[in-house]
Design a protein around this ligand. Sequence first.
Ligand code: ATP
Ligand code: MG
Length: 387
Amino acid sequence: MKYFVMPFLSNTFDSIGIDIGDRSIKAAYIKKHGKDFELLSFGSIEINPGIFDKGNILKPDQASSAIRQLVSSMGPKKIKTKYAHVCLPETQTFIKLLNIEAENEEEAKAKAREELPNHVPIDIQKSYVDSRIVEKIEASEEKMLCKVLSGACPQKISNDYADLISISGLIPVSLQIEAEAIVNALMPKELQQNSVPTAIIDIGAGRSSFILFDNNAIQFSVSMPLSSNEITVDIARTMQFTYEQAEKSKRICGFDPSRCEKQIIDILFKSVATLAENIIKNNNFYLEHFSGAKPIAAIILCGGGAYLPGLPRELGARLKNMSVKLGNPLINIAKKRKKIIKKLKTEPNSFDSNNENLDSYNIPKEFSQKHEMSYATAIGLALSNVL
Ligand SMILES: Nc1ncnc2c1ncn2[C@@H]1O[C@H](COP(=O)(O)OP(=O)(O)OP(=O)(O)O)[C@@H](O)[C@H]1O
Ligand SMILES: [Mg+2]
């Protein structure tokens, strides 16, 4: 779903993807390469505190000079296009699949708009709402039952982001909800239909989010009370480390008592416990509030915080009947993409991103696999140029 800005033009232009976060902005540029897709350019820039706050743009001039700097420093291929797919701040947007009975698609979308405020905390009069029919079933001679994926964003936020892109010398082709960009990055479209009930968890620097994907659609997404930077701050405070020392300890500890002090492991365990509790709570919410819902069977982690060594194992140990693994944001830019995806349909473990090397992907040699998790959203947005 492309939000709020000329959606019908979205695939017409050569465009980049830009993931704007409170503390960093990341961008990617993907083009067709024969039958495959290729990551031609990427880049990221850190953002000082006080420029954004929970998705609100406090200092547009500084934000726009960061975007200009980022785009001009992207490489290895220089960016010539001015068009960009941009994501809206996750904390300010809402997405939900609604079951609507209607006579036709137009009516279903209109009813979804009326229904949405009952499900998400928004002022509908001051929000942009967009929706897409994911599935329709004949319910009777006149009526059909539609599954309508509906998203909403406060008008002010959407307008501010469009303005920010414009004053940065770019043209916003679409403003997207982050959950959709992440799903597009991690789950090739061809595999979405066969997927088991899956939770995608994006563990970011300042916040985390939970996306429930099932029956070929996002069912809902919510924020999670976990921030990877907070873990670092917690370690720094407890151990009286500098922030840099704490960050380093976090990255090497791996829940391993031979590698770090017990107090650090305790902090990591506390975070995993919070994560597991919230996953269970969201799973219960799904089972109770969505008709025909089945329990989550798979957890896919992404975002830089997913690199916490040992996290999939520790999380998996706390979640019965759920497999936990790292996502692969490069899956859509794998070499021989079609062939790999065809094989993945029957053998889901046939392409293990942890065992593949850089040569398996159409990526520049400068792109280290060590940070692809952080690029999941930017890659998902950049895929709008080719999917
Ligand atoms: N190897 C690693 N081990 C543990 N944590 C890591 C590792 N690499 C990065 N991180 C953590 O990942 C976080 C950054 O993740 P990411 O780039 O996804 O955040 P972001 O998108 O900038 O933030 P947000 O989504 O909150 O706006 C940082 O907190 C960092 O400490
Ligand atoms: Mg992020």
